[in-house]
Design a protein around this ligand. Structure first.
Ligand code: ADP
Ligand code: MG
Length: 183
């Protein structure tokens, strides 16, 4: 019996969390024990839940670092789901590979790009080690085309700025604007 690594990626509002919840619910219907983790940094909406923009939610365990996932793992668990996986340190790919080797099905969801349209943290490595990658799109708020990028509306330069529709918008390649100051 062998495990697997699935990664769901795309910009904000593309439905990553909804897809993660869909897969989790189907695993639960199959009577497989699921543990859901998220980085403790993501306290948006809820300290203990994984919540989509459509307000669907499932219970999640907030963890401070990637290796904490290994420590928190229960014997009965078959499926490990991790949301906002881009916020973890580089060790997350090692952890996920280890879990798959031990026979777990691992489902990760995260932003492939940050607001500067640069690969987000551990995502390149995670996408490379995955067995299956799903790249999904949001809808461009300017023209309605499929959107692959996240536009930050505020002027903050921090890579991590937790926020909502007021801080970010999904944009297609054509309507995504690079920060003039960086060009
Ligand atoms: P993610 O986890 O990728 O941010 P969610 O699963 O939380 O995405 O939310 C996806 C939902 O967001 C969509 O089903 C839709 O109802 C809503 N939504 C809001 N703005 C947009 C947008 N610009 N494009 C697509 N969906 C959007
Ligand atoms: Mg999400």
């Amino acid at each position: 019996f062998h495990g697997s690594i699935e990664v769901v990626c795309g910009p904000m509002f593309s439905g990553k969390t909804s897809e993660l919840i869909r897969r989790v619910e189907r695993a639960q219907i199959a009577k497989q024990r699921v543990q859901i983790f998220k980085p403790a940094i993501d306290t948006r909406y809820d300290a203990e839940g994984v919540v989509s923009h459509t307000s669907r939610s499932v219970k999640a365990e907030p963890v401070e670092s990637a290796v904490d996932i290994l420590i928190r793992l229960k014997d009965s668990t078959r499926v490990v789901a991790i949301d906002e996986v881009q916020f973890f340190d580089e060790a997350i790919s090692t952890v996920v590979v280890k879990l798959a080797a031990r026979g777990y099905r691992v489902i990760c969801a995260g932003l492939d790009l940050d607001y500067r349209a640069q690969p987000f943290g551990p995502m390149p490595t995670l996408l490379a080690v995955a067995d299956e990658v799903m790249k999904i799109h949001a809808i461009c708020t300017v023209c309605g085309a499929p959107a692959s990028r996240t536009q930050r509306l505020s002027k903050s330069k921090a890579q991590v700025l937790l926020g909502e529709t007021d801080a970010y918008e999904a944009r297609c390649r054509g309507h995504y604007q690079y920060d003039e100051a960086e060009e």
